[in-house]
Every structure is written in C-alpha cells, then in structure tokens.
Design a protein around this ligand. Structure first.
Ligand SMILES: [Fe+2]
Ligand SMILES: [Fe+2]
Length: 270
C-alpha cells in the first residue's frame, strides 16, 4: 500500500486479565505485520470478572499503543471508572445514553496530524430499550464530527445482527468504517458496503476459546436452565483467540479501501 494510506486495527471485546495479557503479548507483532498507524479496542470486559474496566487498565493499553478504548453496556458496572470517564479522551462509552451519564460518546485524536474520530453507540434490540435512538444520535453526532474530520469510525455495541446491518447501511458512505461489538463471536461478513463504508457485523473477542462468550460454561448453562442470576467467571485457560479487523483508509478522502478480518490463535498460557 502507498504512504497515503492509514492502517487501523480494531479488536473486539477483550475479556479480563488473561484476554488483556494475550492481546498485549501479540500487539507488537500485529503492529509490525500490518504496519499499523492506529489501534482501537473494545475494553468493556477488561475489568475484574470481565466487567467494565479501570483507569490503570486503560492507561496500560494506551502505553502499549492503543489510541482509544471503546466500551458498551458493561462499562457502568464499575462506579470507580465514572470520574475517569469524565476526564479522559482515551476511554469512551455509548453516546446514546443520557447526556448526564459520565463520559463521552466519541473521541477525536490525531495520526501524523490527521484528525480521526471514533463514535461509540449501543443497540436497543434485546438490550436496554430505553436509551436514545442510536440512528438519530449517530446522525446528530456526525453533523458535528464531519466539521472536524473525514475519517470517522463507529463501534456499534449491539446484540441484534439486523440492527447492526440497519445502522451500518443507514450510515453507509457517511462514515469510514462501522463495526459491531458485544456478542463476542466474530462474523465472517467483512466487506465494503455499496457507498464505501468498511463493515463487519461483529469483531469477535479476545479471550479463551473453550468458554461461552469468554466465561465459564457451567455457570452460563446453569443460568439458562435455572433462570437465576449468576456471577460469570472469565476463563483464563488456553487456547485464546484475538479477533478483529484491519482497515486501510485513504488519508485524503477518508474512504476505506479494504477490510481484512483477523483471528489469531494462541495455545500458550498467559
Ligand atoms: Fe462484551
Ligand atoms: Fe456488551
């Protein structure tokens, strides 16, 4: 690729300490292999027991070269992060929560002087239905972000495939890239949409493969059988996988030229 292309990597929900360790172990090789200019990860499950995150974890990711950490529904489960959310531009939360909620729904940063925006939104299908409409929120935020840059990405943290496809096609041609998170299962539908937006329904996750969404299987199976509340426990036994995409972007037009899906398997303990 020529020099006027910027290379972005996006990684799906990183699960707890072991997911974090395995991601950080592979990050230098990934940066080299793809000549990455920017890395964005979803960190909503990086905290204890896979819930929320901490300022220390976000700072560790940033020190390793991550530009922005996105999140989702689990971000609110550690109240100690609320103050940090208000004061950082490295960790964002879904923009379509009430404005009074801590934190910001987008981040603006620079790569070699070129501004880049990343927006975080949450779906309503099979999730909390009372948050603001992600379609309208995306539209209004875009009006603002377009005055700042033509490289804009969206992390849509949502359960329903149709909702992800609907919002992606609603924004097709208006944003550089649109990727889903939250299900922890990578989809094999990466593509450039008709009007130019790079798309994947779900990035996947970074965690233990022999699990249910990164968590101990027995607990989740029992939860479905008994319908009783249960505390999930992350699995920290290999093999692990690291899921995401790499997107090549024309730095002048802000248009995505290609999208490549990545899935790395690591059989070593962390
Ligand atoms: Fe998650
Ligand atoms: Fe989630």
């Amino acid at each position: 690729m020529q020099n006027n292309y910027l290379k972005f990597m996006f990684i799906g929900d990183i699960i707890a300490q072991s997911g974090l360790d395995v991601f950080l172990k592979h990050l230098p090789q990934l940066k080299d292999k793809y000549s990455l200019d920017s890395v964005i990860v979803n960190g909503e499950n990086t905290g204890k027991n896979g819930k929320s995150t901490t300022d220390k974890i976000v700072n560790r990711l940033v020190a390793a070269g991550v530009d922005v950490v996105t999140s989702g529904n689990h971000i609110w489960e550690n109240k100690e992060i609320y103050g940090f959310l208000n004061n950082t531009d490295k960790l964002i939360r879904p923009a379509n929560f009430p404005a009074d909620c801590p934190g910001h729904g987008y981040a603006l940063y620079h790569i070699n002087g070129k501004p880049v925006a990343i927006m975080n939104l949450q779906g309503r299908g099979f999730m909390r239905e009372t948050i603001d409409c992600p379609f309208r929120k995306a539209e209004s935020l875009l009006t603002f972000l377009k005055t700042k840059t033509n490289i804009i990405f969206v992390d849509f943290h949502a359960e329903a495939t149709a909702e992800k496809q609907a919002l992606a096609n609603f924004l097709d041609g208006k944003v550089t890239g649109f990727f889903g998170t939250h299900t922890h299962v990578q989809t094999a539908d990466e593509k450039i949409l008709p009007n130019g937006t790079a798309y994947i329904t779900d990035l996947g996750f970074c965690g233990a493969i022999d699990s249910i969404i990164g968590m101990e299987k027995e607990i989740i199976i029992n939860k479905f059988i008994t319908q009783l509340p249960a505390k999930f426990k992350p699995v920290s036994i290999p093999p692990f996988e690291i899921d995401g995409i790499v997107v090549y972007v024309d730095s002048f037009s802000g248009i995505a030229k290609s999208i490549e899906r990545i899935k790395i398997i690591d059989n070593e303990p962390v």
